[in-house]
Unconditional design. Structure first.
Length: 134
């Protein structure tokens, strides 16, 4: 079980501490929502988590199937909506070129990534536009 302690730092900033490792993350409200935008916003972390989760699941799949995974990069664009204010869409481009996987392996890797825990956790109204480049 993972435990995280989050404390309000004032001026719309929080500090989250991963208790197992001691690592910390600072968040700020974004500039379009009364904040300074000097750090990731909480919704930026959701967007980052989505892509990070997919790359991690690809790594796990490759380890389990003895596949080399030497290149993986994702770019994420987060689009907010209002009423209610939430993430409306994530546009994710995943570059997996140079890993020399067969077409059959690419299909299985793509399916594994699309089934990552974050994808299964976010609200079904979140539109995720995901492009894989092999």
């Amino acid at each position: 079980m993972t435990k995280i302690a989050v404390s309000y730092q004032g001026q719309l900033r929080t500090k989250a501490k991963h208790l197992n490792s001691g690592e910390t993350i600072i968040t700020d409200a974004p500039t379009d929502n009364k904040g300074k935008g000097e750090a990731f916003s909480p919704t930026d972390l959701v967007a980052s988590a989505y892509a990070s989760c997919m790359l991690t699941i690809i790594g796990i799949y490759c380890q389990e199937h003895q596949l080399e995974f030497s290149n993986g990069h994702a770019d994420v664009e987060k689009i907010m909506t209002s009423n209610p204010r939430r993430i409306g869409e994530l546009i994710i481009s995943i570059d997996l070129s140079g890993n020399n996987w067969t077409e059959k392996e690419q299909v299985k890797i793509k399916n594994a990534a699309l089934a990552c825990p974050v994808a299964k956790t976010v609200h079904n109204e979140l539109k995720a536009s995901i492009e894989f480049n092999f």
